[in-house]
Design a protein around this ligand. Structure first.
Ligand SMILES: O=C(O)c1cc(C(=O)O)oc(=O)c1
Length: 304
């Protein structure tokens, strides 16, 4: 099948620079995606965008170039609940990738078991309205209850303004809950302001809640972008990520978000995104927790 990209689509950055920051041995890129290729793994009819291709081979080449040991591949909404591209990537990763899938309540126990064997360890619930149609909360809670029995967790993606109305639902989820991209704070607001305070309270009061300190390129308003050798990119995001790192050092993850769907302004150089890490995790101990200890505990407990 031939697909035409969404108008204005920005492709991932070819030829990223070599990071200056040396990742610790065993580092995990805990949030990245594969897109298709569309000719082999068609995009879902219900998708809200049509991306460029971003294959498993391209993802694994980036992993090796940047110095990551492992990937956590998260089902992208352009593939709906068809996890074929994700599963195929996991099966070709030599045990160096785990996955987060999207499922409907019609998924069978045998299908969940097969996903587990391929390396899936979580499901993703998405509340970002530009990406997905609404799914009833009772369906999601039913799914959460089923995957809890497999020892999986739930990844949630939402905008900060929606946290108050989603709070009761999120706090009813019986598994570990991992928040994508820090719950998308508005970084033009103060880090001590009420919006981010609510997010911190969410984590403080619920020890099962983790957060990815990812996507500065998406959250930043004033940049500067991770391009042309910039070693101090996305400065407006740093105080937010540092705050979460400092308060919850054993419940944070980091990922590239490659191939960065739906960016409008620029496509970051992924090597420079790695150079962003020491700004939010300045000590070697924090870096090890963020990049090695925490993701291994969640995705490769047998190694940790
Ligand atoms: O903000 C986004 O557009 C976005 C989209 C997706 C997806 O389509 O799955 O995943 C992400 O992590 C971020």
């Amino acid at each position: 099948m031939e697909f035409t990209k969404t108008p204005g689509w920005l492709d991932w950055y070819a030829g990223p620079s070599q990071p200056r920051f040396k990742l610790p041995a065993g580092a995990v890129d805990a949030h990245c995606h594969v897109f298709g290729p569309g000719a082999q793994f068609p995009f879902a009819p219900e998708r809200k965008y049509t991306p460029c291709d971003a294959s498993q081979a391209q993802l694994f080449a980036l992993r090796d170039q940047l110095g990551f040991a492992r990937n956590v591949i998260v089902q992208a909404t352009c593939h709906g609940a068809d996890n074929s591209a994700l599963i195929d990537a996991l099966q070709h990763a030599d045990g160096r990738a785990r996955g987060v899938a999207t499922v409907r309540r019609t998924v069978s126990d045998a299908e969940l078991q097969a996903m587990h064997e391929a390396g899936v360890r979580g499901v993703r619930f998405n509340f970002v309205k530009r990406l997905v149609d609404f799914t009833p909360k009772d369906e999601l809670l039913e799914i959460a209850g089923r995957v809890a029995k497999l020892g999986w967790h739930v990844v949630i993606y939402f905008e900060a303004v929606d946290l108050p109305e989603l709070w009761d639902f999120f706090t009813a989820i019986p598994t570990t809950v991992v928040v994508d991209h820090m719950g998308r704070p508005d970084v033009t607001q103060p880090v001590d302001g009420p919006e981010f305070a609510l997010f911190l309270r969410f984590m403080r009061e619920h020890p099962n809640v983790w957060s990815k300190l990812s996507c500065p390129e998406r959250l930043s308003v004033s940049g500067p972008p991770a391009l042309q050798g910039e070693q101090a990119a996305y400065r407006d995001v740093v105080p937010f990520a540092r705050r979460v790192m400092e308060e919850f050092p054993d419940r944070v993850l980091w990922g590239t978000d490659w191939p960065h769907p739906n960016l409008k302004d620029h496509m970051p150089d992924d090597g420079l995104l790695v150079d962003f890490i020491p700004h939010i995790a300045p000590t070697a101990e924090q870096q090890h927790q963020l990049l090695v200890d925490n993701p291994l505990r969640l995705y490769w407990p047998e190694l940790s």
